[in-house]
Design a protein around this ligand. Structure first.
Ligand code: B12
Length: 135
């Protein structure tokens, strides 16, 4: 029979690698900028968030790294950050254009999240699609 202290030490050693893989590895994903209005060329960037970090954080990190990616947002009282412009191109209510948030999952399905950039939590290998579109 194993002594309780030894048993605890063995259990801890078995559990530690799993715990650290969860919380200390960055979650890598890409951001693709597309334009359904003018059909201009797509641009793709790579960034990351910390464990369970929000998309907005990964976008800020990318902007701060001088990758050529830039964006602005406005603050909505109820829903938080509303993505206003990407790489100098802004949505416009008169022209009924906006930046749509889509996500291509690693299995290739594309979802349209029901939250914005301040609430969406990227998963590893997501392709975040910022798509200039009409409504
Ligand atoms: C119309 C609408 C839009 C229009 C708004 C433009 C316009 N001038 O009409 C457009 C098409 C741009 C839009 C876009 C999006 N929307 Co919308 N939208 C609505 C809807 C149907 C009505 C809003 C409204 O007119 N309210 C009445 C007016 C008087 O109140 P208001 O405060 O002035 O409304 C403003 C805000 O709602 C804001 N807004 C609209 N959507 C969103 C989303 C986010 C994240 C933010 C911060 C603000 C915001 O735009 C409105 C006009 O200025 C609501 C659902 C509902 N029935 O309420 C969803 C809703 C607000 N949208 C939602 C979402 C998720 C989005 C998108 C993220 C979808 C996507 N995946 O792309 C994008 C935003 C992306 C970005 N650029 O950040 C969610 C927000 C939930 C949440 N907790 O985040 C809602 C609740 C619908 C849902 N799925 O449940 N939306």
């Amino acid at each position: 029979m194993m002594a309780p202290a030894l048993l605890s030490a063995v259990l801890l050693l078995l559990l530690l690698p799993a715990a650290s893989a969860d919380s200390s590895d960055p979650t890598n994903f890409t951001i693709m900028v597309t334009n359904a209005v003018t059909d201009s060329a797509n641009q793709t960037y790579s960034t990351y968030v910390v464990y369970r970090g929000i998309l907005l954080g990964g976008m800020r990190r990318l902007q701060d790294s001088n990758s050529g990616f830039s964006f602005t947002y406005t603050e909505n009282l109820n829903y938080g950050p509303f993505l206003e412009s990407v790489n100098g191109l802004a949505g416009n209510s008169e022209e009924r254009t906006y930046w749509e948030l889509l996500v291509q999952k690693p299995n290739s399905t594309v979802i349209r999240p029901d939250v914005g950039i301040g609430c969406y939590i990227p998963s590893a290998n997501d392709k975040i699609i910022l798509n200039f579109n009409r409504y």
